[in-house]
Design a protein around this ligand. Structure first.
Ligand code: SF4
Length: 695
């Protein structure tokens, strides 16, 4: 793209949605923008429905093209000019800060923001607003895997190897992952594995589209994955399948883990999880007796109040089998949101500074403060994880003003009705979005922002590969980029230093801020990305190599060794009981994305997935007197959802499933549990106790 307003009529870019970041070509033909798949290492020429239809939102009639203001509580949002909207925000922020101090203002970001936006948002919060309160919706996606990876390997990069390794593995174990629906082009790599004679094993309480393709499907009770992992390691130990040379040379702490898993006899874990002992034994052997094996976790394992320990149990297994660092082998996490990886590296998280540095590390504060031109002593300390932040809004001890960029917590937060009421209690709620999301509907000020086809920048995909987002066309009149909004606010806020709004300039600053950190982008330039199929971090030297594969000879820990951590099974935060006798688990469907703000407005996707539903096993439905299509209520201690029943034998009879993409009566997160993982702050989206009754 040029800076003169003249745009090429065709650009190579990437899908705006998930972390696979499929390569696509955008073409402007007349008034229309066409999407075509592009051969790229992740998608190999494939796109899913969401990618194919992404351009429909560019000129969607519901697209926001002017700021909206609410004059007083209860009044309707009305169109306003940018000056009036920005002045209103600055006045509102000033009033809150004068009355309650800088920590009374909070910022909430998103895992779909570009690296440049995520970085700028962190700097804006900590330097311009001087608040410690910033976090983002990625806390609800990958934070458990991130914490487990950091404590075991010394770094968190979703896949520490290229995605193409999947096709080279002999055994692939997918835990709580359903890429056949959430990232369909990824299955091309799985197909390659199968065609080479490799085996796919899936751990999931539902017989998902992915599980139905597996050679072996383990269908545990929700919340028992940790015990399953410990049982797999138990089998490997008792059958002499542990790689003792690797464990001795490259790890520390195995003895304690060995003692912990000794009690996880397959027969005992069968009673707990429902997975047959023979299947546990077969899985352990399939992983441990081949040359190359990969273990991947996703939200099903991670979105629990014991998510970090559950992922750790699978990391322990991978380390004991000597997998990390070997080509075609290893442990990885399938990151979900488009820039879920980059979004957690550049300072958008409550506890982190750019370069994936800890905010409580004095050396990190010194380095980043120097880049920002401020005294390290003025940088705020750590804030609190996303749910705790939102749950404190409007309370006497919590923030009274919130700026939301690229997120829709009214639909995506656990215990969503409570979060909705917290948002209503604020003195000032500002939402920057391209559409009127359910969160925007509550705002005092709504700011219309650019979309992916109208902006330049970078994204970091699930492999840690930094990619270029390229603009095809100018945004509609009246729409601004998030970077321009932050810069405009900084210009208006008294005493604030100016912020760059040009994404390339922001990226250059990001490079300097990340230099020397675990996620080192210092050697990555836009030109270098353009010249290849992206650049993998860490890449400290513009003239040196990038690193598609990590851990080949050492781990980035002080002694170069990976850490085992003993972890024990514990029950879900909310056990079933006579009043709430069923488990609810939540998840995604192929034709919708996250809170659905975008995909619910795309006609083909709406036709394919028009509304929420509740999956029930036919045996359970018969007991409840419910037929296919009957409206049902799913009731928990926190609220209820209403949606038609969908009968399927692919789910356990003791468990029901609801996708979380819809607002209103079908909002699954009205029901979910806000119990949090003590390490990551991840809410327990994947299991709570409910009852189901005809509506
Ligand atoms: Fe887009 Fe993900 Fe679908 Fe690829 S798999 S087209 S990145 S939503």
């Amino acid at each position: 793209a040029t800076r003169t307003g003249v745009r090429p009529r065709e650009v190579a870019t990437h899908c705006p949605y998930c972390a696979l970041q499929c390569g696509m070509t955008l073409r402007a033909t007349g008034d229309r923008v066409e999407v075509a798949p592009r051969d790229f290492p992740t998608n190999r020429g494939g796109l899913c429905q969401k990618g194919w239809t992404a351009a429909e939102l560019l000129d969607h009639p519901e697209r926001l093209t002017t700021p909206l203001l609410r004059d007083r509580p209860g009044a309707a949002l009305r169109p306003a000019g940018w000056d009036e909207a920005l002045d209103r925000i600055v006045a509102g922020l000033g009033a809150v800060r004068d009355r309650h101090g800088p920590d009374a203002v909070a910022v909430f970001g998103g895992g779909g923001l570009t690296n440049e936006k995520a970085y700028a948002l962190g700097r804006f919060a900590r330097v311009t607003l001087r608040t410690r309160h910033i976090d983002y919706n990625g806390r609800w996606c990958m934070s458990s895997a991130a914490a487990a990876g950091n404590r075991a390997f010394g770094v968190d990069r979703g896949l520490p190897f290229p995605l193409a390794d999947l096709g080279r593995a002999d055994t692939l174990l997918l835990v709580g992952a359903n890429p056949a629906e959430t990232m369909p082009p990824l299955m091309r790599h799985v197909t390659e594995l199968r065609e080479r004679g490799g085996r796919l094993i899936v751990v999931d309480p539902r017989a998902t589209a992915t599980a139905r393709q597996a050679d072996l499907h383990l269908q545990p009770l929700p919340g028992t994955d940790l015990a399953v992992a410990n049982a797999l390691l138990h089998v490997a130990l008792t059958e002499g399948l542990v790689d003792r040379t690797y464990v001795a040379a490259r790890t520390t702490g195995f003895d304690e883990v060995r003692r912990t898993v000794a009690g996880y006899w397959p027969a005992a874990v069968e009673r707990l999880s429902g997975v047959p002992a023979a299947d546990l034994e077969a899985t352990a052997r399939a992983l441990a007796t081949v040359d190359r094996a990969i273990i991947l976790t996703a939200r099903g394992a991670e979105q629990h109040a014991k998510g970090v320990d559950t992922v750790t149990a699978f990391v322990n297994l991978a380390l004991a089998l000597g997998l990390p660092g070997r080509p075609g082998s290893g442990y990885g996490c399938l990151t979900g949101q488009g820039n879920g990886q980059g979004g957690r590296e550049h300072g958008q998280k409550a506890d982190q500074l750019p370069g994936y540095r800890r905010i409580d590390d004095p050396a990190a504060r010194e380095h980043v403060a120097r880049v920002w031109g401020v005294d390290p002593a003025t940088l705020p300390g750590p804030g609190v994880p996303a749910y705790q932040l939102l749950d404190s809004l409007g309370t006497p001890a919590g923030p009274r003003a919130l700026l939301v960029f690229g997120s829709n917590p009214v639909v995506s937060a656990p215990r969503a009705a409570r979060i909705e009421s917290r948002l209503r209690d604020l003195d000032l709620l500002v939402v920057a979005d391209l559409l009127r999301s359910e969160t925007a509907e509550l705002a005092d000020v709504v700011l219309p922002v650019t979309q992916w086809a109208e902006e330049d920048g970078t994204m970091t995909n699930l492999e840690g590969r930094v990619l270029r987002r390229r603009a095809l066309r100018e945004p509609p009149v009246g729409v601004r980029s998030d970077l321009e909004i932050l810069a405009a606010l900084a210009d208006r806020l008294p005493g604030a230093t100016p912020l760059p709004s040009d994404p390339r300039e922001v990226f250059e600053e990001l490079r300097r801020a990340s230099a020397g950190g675990p996620a080192d982008y210092a050697g990555i330039t836009w030109d270098r990305i353009d010249a290849d199929t992206g650049v993998f971090w860490p890449c400290p030297d513009p003239d040196g190599p990038d690193h598609p594969r990590l851990f080949t000879d050492r781990f980035p820990t002080p002694d170069g060794l990976a850490r085992f951590h003993p972890v024990a099974h514990r029950p879900a935060a909310e056990p079933v009981c006579a009043d709430y006798p069923l488990h609810l688990t939540t998840g995604r469907v192929l034709a919708q994305y996250q809170s659905g703000t975008q995909t619910r407005r795309v006609s083909a996707l709406r036709r394919a997935a028009p509304g929420g539903f509740v999956e029930l096993h036919p045996d359970l439905a018969a007991r409840l007197g419910v037929a296919d299509g009957t409206p049902v209520r799913v009731v928990s201690r926190r609220g209820e959802l209403r949606a038609p029943a969908r009968l399927t034998p692919t789910i356990r009879p003791d468990t029901v499933f609801a996708p979380f993409h819809w607002p209103g009566a079908a909002r699954a997160n009205s029901v979910t549990n806000d119990a949090l993982d003590p390490v990551s702050g991840m809410p327990e989206f994947k299991i709570c106790a409910v009852r189901v009754e005809p509506a």
